[in-house]
Design a protein around this ligand. Structure first.
Ligand SMILES: Nc1ncnc2c1ncn2[C@@H]1O[C@H](COP(=O)(O)OP(=O)(O)OP(=O)(O)O)[C@@H](O)[C@H]1O
Ligand SMILES: Nc1ncnc2c1ncn2[C@@H]1O[C@H](COP(=O)(O)OP(=O)(O)OP(=O)(O)O)[C@@H](O)[C@H]1O
Ligand SMILES: [Mg+2]
Ligand SMILES: [Mg+2]
Lengths: 257, 257
């Protein structure tokens, strides 16, 4: 089984869903077999791939509650080589239900152990904008975490809290957990603040920051309204090219790790 | 006591904090006495007004846990007429602690009853990006809710879930709760998707949508790095003018309700 990777950051609106869909789809375009899991009750990854949340009867909620195995919750997507475990409407209640559940932080890792994820070269998990039990379930179950960082002042602020939480989970639940890297999103080189934040992040985090960045590109926000990853909507646009470059960089970085 | 207003939307990064700070500060500039409460563990409202989260010893967490009264958690801000009840680092643990607490959904409304909010014409609450117990505490304690909506595809998706939750809280916890209005944020009239989303929202929600919109304006994202509301950073910029216009519209709308 290839690496299991969460895309996380408790700051809202920083490109977690856009990165989950388009990085997963880029790797599928590069002939990898990829599984994507929507762990956010908003269900944007599910809708962004053209699946109607209300019509999902077996999704990640049922997996977390032990009502079905991962294998029973697989959906096809418009992208060849990419399968999805969607969010259903019930996921909105999962957080409160998990607090008093047995092994509440390791329900997802338990589901992974019970299921042979063998067919996949990569598994991605889109996380909600919170350091809550859903995100902790993801951090406890994965090998690597990709942090999406919008080049804005508020986005920098939450980074320390996120890194502290990752260290905490590594110590208590998942000793293998490493930071895969930081992907800068919605970068606009005409905007001084964006340039300044990028410089500070690169100075502070060095080679943990992906060289390729994701520029602000309207095609990225149009594609989900058609239920398509961006390379199936407009492969020549800057957004699609950027995610393909980040996917290739991820493959190269693995080579040297 | 004037109206208590929450700024809410579980979708992340849609301008809740930016609207909480700048709408509250605009009303203070218009000679109202305003209290702002930071109910988001990220503490962006606290930082955006120049207060260091780590140095807060009595904030909204202590109020929710009954360790201190609202009056003990008041901080001054750079804006005359605007006081803040900040988020402290402990707020990150509040969600899990509240689940098993007595009267977990009405801790904030209880604190309001115990404290004479008399000195304030307006109270604003900045909510986290989730329909969790912190947001439910806000919805149970307020008179009105302002929904900030980014003109993007994903932002539309969460609106039904939010309206359903508001209806649920009105039925169970707070019969007075009304939607004050929808404020459109980060609007860019050169971008077709933004124009299209605005049109759809106005068709669907009619007069519930504020006439004045908040345009995308880099000064709005620069101001918090100086700990200032935008009208104290650059009063002539489009962002400052837009929030003053929305504040004035809020005053007019009250007149007719
Ligand atoms: N590079 C980009 N260029 C332009 N728009 C983008 C880009 N990346 C994301 N967006 C848009 O910005 C908004 C926020 O992105 P997205 O929803 O992926 O963030 P998120 O971190 O998953 O948000 P949440 O915290 O709510 O889960 C969306 O409307 C998305 O379409
Ligand atoms: N009108 C605007 N023009 C330009 N930038 C904006 C505007 N409004 C907000 N921003 C920036 O966009 C980002 C998201 O805004 P903000 O943090 O206020 O959203 P939020 O809904 O409070 O996010 P969260 O869900 O994480 O609490 C911030 O970096 C902010 O500075
Ligand atoms: Mg998302
Ligand atoms: Mg906020």
């Amino acid at each position: 089984l290839g690496p299991v990777i969460a895309v996380a950051n408790q700051k809202g609106g920083v490109g977690k869903t856009t990165t989950s869909i388009n990085l997963a789809a880029s790797l599928a375009t590069l002939d990898r077999r990829v599984l994507l899991i929507d762990l956010d009750p908003q269900g944007n990854t599910t809708t962004g791939l053209g699946i109607e949340k209300h019509q999902v009867d077996k999704g990640v909620y049922e997996v977390l509650m032990g009502d079905c195995a991962l294998a029973d919750a697989l959906y096809d997507t418009p992208c060849e080589g990419l399968s999805l475990i969607p969010a259903s409407m019930d996921l909105a209640g999962a957080e409160v239900e998990l607090v008093t559940a047995e092994g509440r932080e390791q329900r997802l890792s338990g589901a992974f152990e019970a299921y042979d994820l063998q067919p996949y070269d990569y598994v991605f998990i889109d996380c909600p904008p919170a350091l809550n039990l859903l995100t902790i379930n993801a951090l406890a179950a994965i090998d690597r975490v990709v942090i999406t960082l919008q080049t804005e002042f508020y986005a920098m602020e939450g980074l320390t809290q996120l890194m502290d939480t990752i260290r905490l989970i590594r110590g208590r639940l998942n000793p293998e957990l490493v930071v895969d890297g930081i992907v800068l999103t919605m970068v606009d080189h005409r905007n001084n603040l964006s340039v300044q934040v990028e410089q500070e992040v690169r100075e502070y985090f060095g080679s943990q920051v992906y060289e390729h960045v994701i520029p602000r590109n309207v095609k990225l926000s149009e594609a989900p309204s058609f239920g398509l990853p961006v390379m199936h909507y407009d492969v020549s646009c800057k957004g699609a090219q950027a995610y393909l470059a980040v996917a290739n960089e991820m493959l190269e970085r693995e080579h040297f790790h």
